[in-house]
Design a protein around this ligand. Structure first.
Ligand code: ASP
Length: 317
């Protein structure tokens, strides 16, 4: 049986709410769920029967919304959804986020929210009667992405301590790297290399926090040198929608993984990406399918199993 007599989880707006004990429990449940889905899927279909999850998305999403919705359906629950809440909810009529959340929380047992503004998930959690999960708020955080990223590192490398990870690309507006950095800071023996254009460097607060937690951080690392010596290469997309056009034009195409660069990556290393990938990954589909080092589609699939585990943790009786 999953999760009997454990303290009930509340909203998750910040990756720091996902402590190592909770993550380790979620990861071992995700492993079980993955096996059950492969061999006896019907067993999972009863776990959240009668529960309703609302997905309220004010920004585009493929993986986060679909994997949460699929997770809920595979657990026997139901989903109510606004995939473009800015236009199709009463936000378009001028309703405040707080009012929308108060109403939706009386119809659902949990709410997954994505919003373009930093801090929106915390605003929602403060007024909701049911747990709110931050599915990405502006350039701030994306805690469940960080959770699935850590699960992927564990399944791919076999460990969560003592490894070298390089983050590449937009470390300023990218929310996934910030949440992942917070979870890395909980571990031991982490060396973090940062590769970013000057204007897209990771914020000072996060870098000093990481250092205070004994993460060995190197900023302005050399891209090709980092590719050669990292266990995990975490690529990111430039967050075009959050920056001015000239800022985007000046930084795009600086750090690209193509077949030449891939040849620098060690056979046991893994390339991750929260997706969608655009010009920063320039690999043929055949290489993406066959080269074990390309881990980002497995990473996306992992999102389903850990989010199933998280929903059980949140909504169990
Ligand atoms: N899907 C991720 C996010 O929502 C990464 C990205 O969009 O670049 O933050």
């Amino acid at each position: 049986m999953f999760f009997t007599k454990r303290p009930k989880l509340e909203s998750i707006v910040d990756a720091n709410q996902l402590n190592p004990e909770l993550l380790s429990r979620l990861f071992s449940d995700a492993d079980k769920i993955r096996r059950t889905e492969a061999h006896r899927p019907g067993k999972n279909r009863k776990l959240l029967k009668g529960k309703v999850m609302a997905t309220l998305f004010y920004e585009p999403s493929t993986r986060t919304r679909f994997s949460f919705e699929s997770a809920m359906l595979k657990l026997g629950g139901s989903v109510i959804s606004s995939e473009n809440a800015g236009e199709f909810s009463s936000a378009a009529k001028g309703e405040k986020l707080e009012d929308t959340i108060r109403v939706v929380s009386s119809y659902a047992d949990c709410i997954i929210i994505r919003h373009r503004e930093d801090g929106a998930a915390a605003v929602a959690a403060a007024v909701s009667n049911v747990p709110v999960i931050n599915g990405g708020d502006g350039k701030s955080q994306h805690p469940t992405q960080a959770m699935l990223d850590m699960y992927t590192i564990k399944t791919e490398l076999g460990r969560l301590d003592n490894f070298r990870i390089t983050m590449v690309g937009d470390l300023a507006y990218g929310r996934t790297v910030k949440s992942l950095a917070l979870l890395l800071a909980q571990r031991k023996g982490i060396e973090l290399l940062l590769v970013a254009p000057d204007s897209l460097r990771m914020d000072r607060g996060t870098v000093s926090y990481l250092r205070s937690k004994s993460v060995k951080v190197t900023e302005d690392a050399d891209f090709e040198g980092a590719l050669k010596k990292s266990d995990i290469i975490y690529m990111t997309r430039l967050q075009k929608e959050r920056m001015a056009k000239d800022e985007y034009d000046a930084s795009k195409s600086l750090y690209i993984i193509d077949e030449g660069r891939l040849s620098l990556v060690s056979p046991s290393a893994r390339i991750m990406h929260p997706l969608p990938h655009v010009e920063e990954i320039d690999l043929p589909i055949s290489v993406e399918k066959e080269d074990k080092r390309v881990a980002y589609f497995r990473q996306a699939e992992n999102g389903l199993y850990v989010r199933m585990a998280l929903l059980i943790e949140l909504l169990r009786k």
